[in-house]
Write a protein that binds this ligand. Structure first.
Ligand code: ADP
Ligand code: MG
Length: 266
C-alpha cells in the first residue's frame, strides 16, 4: 500500500447530525460529530449507553442518512451512492459486528459466515474452508453445525465477528464487539481486531463503553450525549500495545476544542 492510499480516509464524518423524529418527539442522537478513519487505524468510540455510538456507526455504514453534515465512504459522498452500489460496497469492502448480532436463524453457524463470501469468487469448498478456518481461529469450530438459537450470547458474538471479517473487508465497524464476552475472550477479540488493523492494514472502528479497549486504540473519541467531548491518542499509535502498563480513566488527554459539542447544531 502506498502512502497516498493509506492517507485517504476510508470513512469520514463532517459535522454530522442525526435527529430521530418519532411519536412527536425530536431526539438528537448525534450532534455535530466529525472524524476521519484511515487504513491501519483502530479507532474507539467510547461512551456510555445512549451517547450515540450505534447511531454514528450506522451512519458510517451508510445504513441511515445524516440529518445534517456529510458522510464520505471510500472517497465518495454517501449521498452520491445509488442504493445498489452501496449494497455492493458493503458486501465487498465492509464488515459489521452489530450489537444484536443479526445472525440468520435458519442457517448454521458455518453457513452464517459462508454467506458473506458469496461475492468472493471462491468455490463452495473454498468458502466453506475459509468459514471453518475463521471459526477455528475464534475458538468456536465445534459450533460450525449448530444453529444460532442454540448458542450463548458470547458464542453468537464470536460468530458475528467471524462473519464481519470473512469477506476480508477493508473497513470493519464493530458495535460493542466484546459486550457479551468474558474478560479474556473480550481481550482476545480486541487483539484480533487490532491485528487486522496493524498487520493487515484494515480500518477498524469499534464502539464500546469498555475503557479497557482503549489500550488497543490509535485514537479514542469520547462521546457524550451525541457529541465528541474529547479526542485522545491511544497507546496503540506506536503500533505496540502494552496493556500491562495500564491506562487509567483519568489519564490526561490533549484537548481538542475544535471538536467540541454542538458544532453545527443549534
Ligand atoms: P449508544 O449506542 O451509545 O447506546 P444510540 O446511538 O443507540 O447510543 O442512541 C443515542 C440516542 O439516540 C439515545 O437517546 C437513543 O434513545 C436515541 N435513538 C437511537 N436510535 C433511535 C431511533 N431509531 N429513534 C429514536 N431515538 C433513537
Ligand atoms: Mg449502542
Amino acid at each position: 500500500m502506498n502512502d497516498e492510499a493509506s492517507s485517504i480516509p476510508l470513512v469520514s464524518a463532517d459535522h454530522v447530525v442525526k435527529i430521530f423524529n418519532g411519536g412527536g418527539q425530536r431526539s438528537a442522537a448525534v450532534r455535530g460529530v466529525s472524524l476521519e478513519a484511515r487504513r491501519g487505524e483502530l479507532i474507539l468510540l467510547l461512551g456510555p449507553s445512549g451517547s450515540g455510538k450505534t447511531t454514528l456507526l450506522t451512519l458510517m455504514a451508510g445504513l441511515c442518512r445524516p440529518s445534517e453534515g456529510k458522510i464520505t465512504l471510500f472517497g465518495r459522498s454517501l449521498a452520491d451512492y445509488a442504493r445498489a452500489e452501496l449494497q455492493r460496497l458493503r458486501a465487498r469492502k465492509m464488515g459489521f459486528v452489530f450489537q444484536t448480532f443479526l445472525l440468520l436463524d435458519s442457517l448454521t453457524v458455518r453457513e452464517n459466515v459462508e454467506i458473506v463470501l458469496r461475492f468472493s469468487g471462491s468455490s463452495k469448498t473454498g468458502r466453506s474452508e475459509r468459514a471453518f478456518g475463521l471459526l477455528r481461529d475464534l475458538g468456536i469450530a465445534s459450533l460450525a453445525g449448530k444453529f444460532p438459537a442454540t448458542l450463548s450470547q458470547g458464542q453468537k458474538q464470536r460468530v458475528a465477528i467471524a462473519r464481519a471479517v470473512a469477506n476480508d473487508a477493508e473497513l470493519i465497524l464493530a458495535d460493542e464487539p466484546t459486550g457479551s464476552l468474558e474478560t479474556n475472550q473480550g481481550i482476545a477479540i480486541i487483539r484480533l481486531l487490532h491485528a487486522l488493523a496493524k498487520d493487515r492494514g484494515k480500518c477498524v472502528i469499534v464502539a464500546s463503553h469498555d475503557l479497557r479497549l482503549a489500550e488497543y486504540a490509535d485514537r479514542i473519541l469520547r462521546l457524550e450525549d451525541g457529541c465528541v467531548v474529547r479526542e485522545e491518542e491511544g497507546p496503540s499509535i506506536s503500533g505496540t500495545c502494552s496493556p500491562a502498563k495500564g491506562r487509567s480513566g483519568d489519564a490526561p488527554a490533549p484537548p481538542d476544542p475544535a471538536r467540541s459539542c454542538g458544532a453545527g447544531y443549534g
